[in-house]
Design a binder for this molecule. Sequence first.
Ligand code: ATP
Length: 359
Amino acid sequence: MVRGVSVRVEDVSKTYKDRGTTTALKSVKLDIRAGELFSILGPSGCGKTTLLRIIAGLLKPDAGRVFFDELDVTDKPAYERPIGMVFQDLALFPHLTVYKNVSFGLEIAGWPKDKAERRVKEVLELVRLPFDVFAHRRISQLSGGQQQRVALARALARDPSVLLLDEPFSHLDYKIRIELIRELKRLQRETGVTMIYVTHDQNEAMMLSDRLAVMYEGVLQQVGSPLEVYTRPANEFVASFLGEANIISVEARGGVAEVKGVKIDLSLFSPELSGYDGRVLLFFRPEDVKLSGDPSRMIQLEAVVIEKTFLGPLTKIVLDGWGDVKFEALAPTRESWGIEVGERVRMYLEPSSVKIFTR
Ligand code: ATP
């Protein structure tokens, strides 16, 4: 079976010069481990596809190098790299059979017929499209999810070491997407192939990835496991891109930020903030706001409830009056029965759940 290689992107930059100048990537560095399921996550236009195309060898960087294991592949074209690709636009031949679509690349590579047939059988089984049922159906006779499985089978047919996926499921509905994400994780385990998955959908990236890279405006913002990036975002952009974020801007004097009489000693969060003067951002997730707590130890947020939304097991509460903006709490519904809109309440934050950003 296939085995993945590590992929190292070293200071890769790319500027497009047609129709004005767009800097798509600014000195991007990535170290993707062999056999890892790695996502590149970011909003539209942040440079994800450009980076993937450079890793694929479909596009040359202006500067920087790409390595597969220790081999420098920067100057190798896509067909000389051990990769498979799956894009949102599947590029399957709709009028041809599943068999023809999957065997196409093998035929071009000169595989003998019987060997190609064995391989097609193998990869169709791998993506759970039994050969006898599906091999002779036309692509146009399959559901969207089944078509994606064919695209995966085709990409895996030549035993790639790296599988590159660019928003492959974004046109499918939620249930099918979740099902295919599970399948992808299983395929990664079963084949050991390194998978690099581009998406703008943070939930997808969090569900799927061993680790992920967050990008914004051509610049790599943070790399880490989904949990690390969610709980310890490197900056304001990452904090708000991955889930709901409360971000409150406060003026600090001598290392102390004060919000509505609550003094927050910044050196407790990071020693280099001791004595800090200037604006800081306090970041905390809605689920970290507690309805009860110990005021001697926790940060107290006194505010007015302006909205309450029942979400099943959890209730979202929007509050105003602590800090410069409204903030949200996400509380267990059972604990929030008694809270009414218009009421002034006290809520609590563990200092450890707050992060401070200086801009
Ligand atoms: P999306 O999620 O919308 O696909 P993306 O994060 O994949 O976006 P890229 O497609 O890599 O982003 O594009 C990065 C930037 O480079 C964008 O501003 C885009 O407009 C620009 N760009 C991409 N391809 C070209 C091109 N061929 N010529 C000029 N500019 C381009």
